[in-house]
Design a protein around this ligand. Structure first.
Ligand SMILES: [Zn+2]
Length: 457
């Protein structure tokens, strides 16, 4: 293991606003930041930023990117997309899941994500029966993350019913389901394997898939600091059904029935009342915004500006992996607001007037916390004890020619479609060089074979 990362001009968020300084990051024996050596501010060094956690992923869906863009029905929506997704999901086994996930995780690293929160519900064999090892599919994801070298926050999903009325899972949902006991056993098995790169949290699929009593029982059984993720309000249909069945909108219902705080991540908090927006911001929970997937599925807009004005925390996720691009997630988060409000430079906070810096700082800090990497300050900004997850930008890149400390992040995020990432380190180990994952060829060959198998008739 190298004892230090290459010296860089490192941009980092801080509570007083972004700072940028020449740094050499020294490593401890676990690949964490051991110490920081400051260089001369006049040194000419490549730019670098801390790694970002991808807060929401369903790895198997990487295999259907681009396969649901043909109109099958004038009413095509999230719900018809889900049928296509279920057909594909039915064909996965542990080996295929590992190969698709390893490709995806290598692509994430090349995009600047150094950790992924895997919202994992493809648990059992297609007929719904557990594999001989009930954790076989989880282990396939762990193996994929280890091969690609990305940090993994595995979030096994509790998925119990097919709707708010408590109906049983449909045929194609059966492989997602668990009893509460079996689910808690799975969590316990996986938690025993946690280490520097693997953390295990809990995911509740959604309010429609988890009955209230089951939610309470599982929450009560979790370790006190467990991270908890949930799909909360992606579709107006589920908001209406929640109101009809439980007498409240999803966020209102959740806050009335669980102690929602900084341990929680609400995924797709798309359809909120103003009161719900305020509740989430005040609770310290993180919202996982999946801009490109929400656009691809026609979900709607998260009320970003109201939420930011109230100090709400948020990260980003590539979710269905229609594309895997940190640049796209952040750029379109701002562009969506511009198109809605017909103004420019909207997502900014008081610490910087830069849109890129505001968004990047937000997703680094909230992301590290939501992924269970420790407190945002320690983990997100490369302080001693934090994961040594670093992303360097190319020294020679058209978007960055003659860049300055003040404009480098905006130029990277808004100035080009040509990837500008050079090297990526996770836990002090280099995984990407010259913009290419070091095992790209081998992982891609397995992915290609897997896709042929998946799409063969
Ligand atoms: Zn999701």
């Amino acid at each position: 293991m190298p004892r230090s990362l290459p010296a860089c001009r490192v941009w980092r968020p801080s509570s007083a606003g972004p700072v940028i300084e020449p740094l050499r990051i020294d490593l401890d024996a676990q690949g964490r930041v051991g110490g920081l050596a400051r260089g001369d501010t006049n040194d000419v060094l490549p730019w670098a930023v801390p790694g970002v956690a991808n807060l929401h992923s369903h790895a198997f869906q990487r295999a259907m990117a681009g396969l649901a863009e043909r109109r099958m029905n004038p009413q095509d929506s999230f719900w018809t997309w889900r049928e296509t997704m279920y057909q594909l999901a039915a064909r996965f086994d542990p080996e295929l899941l590992r190969d698709v996930a390893a490709q995806l995780y290598a692509e994430m690293l090349e995009a600047g994500y150094t950790r992924v929160c895997e919202f994992h519900y493809l648990h059992h064999a297609p007929d719904g029966r557990p594999y001989a090892d009930p954790a076989a599919m989880s282990r396939a994801l762990i193996e994929a993350a280890r091969e690609a070298g990305i940090g993994l926050t595995l979030l096994p999903v509790l998925y119990m019913s097919g709707g708010f009325d408590g109906r049983a899972l449909g045929d194609r949902q059966r492989r997602f389901g668990h009893s509460i006991d079996a689910y808690l056993r799975l969590l316990e098995t996986l938690r025993a394997e946690q280490g520097e790169r693997l953390r295990v949290g809990c995911a509740l699929h959604s309010l429609r898939a988890v009955p209230p009593d089951a939610m309470r029982e599982v929450l009560a059984a979790l370790p006190a600091d467990s991270r908890i993720h949930i799909h909360i309000a992606e579709q107006t249909g589920e908001v209406e059904e929640c109101v009809a069945r439980r007498g409240a909108r999803p966020v209102d219902w959740l806050y009335a029935n669980a102690e929602v705080d900084a341990r929680w991540t609400l995924v797709h908090a798309t359809h909120l009342s103003p009161e719900e927006t305020t509740r989430i911001a005040a609770s310290g929970a993180t919202v996982a915004i999946c801009t490109t997937t929400e656009a691809n599925l026609g979900d709607g807009f998260f009320p970003l500006l109201d939420y930011m004005a109230q100090g709400g925390r948020f990260g980003v996720g590539s979710d269905s992996h229609a594309t895997v691009s940190l640049v796209d997630e952040l750029r379109w988060l701002e562009y969506g607001q511009r198109l809605l409000h017909r103004h420019r430079t909207l997502a900014v906070d008081d610490s910087t007037r830069s849109v890129g810096e505001t968004l990047l700082a937000a997703v680094i800090r909230a992301g590290a916390d939501a992924a269970g990497q420790g407190s945002a300050v320690a983990a997100g900004v490369l302080q001693p004890g934090a994961d040594a997850d670093l992303v360097t930008l190319q020294a020679e890149h058209p978007a960055l020619y003659a860049a300055s400390d003040a404009d480098v992040v905006d130029r990277w995020l808004f100035g080009s479609n040509r990837p500008a990432i050079d090297g990526v380190w996770v836990g002090g180990l280099q995984r990407v060089s010259d913009g290419r994952h070091l095992q790209r060829d081998a992982l891609e060959a397995r992915f290609a074979a897997g896709m042929k198998r998946l799409l063969a008739d």
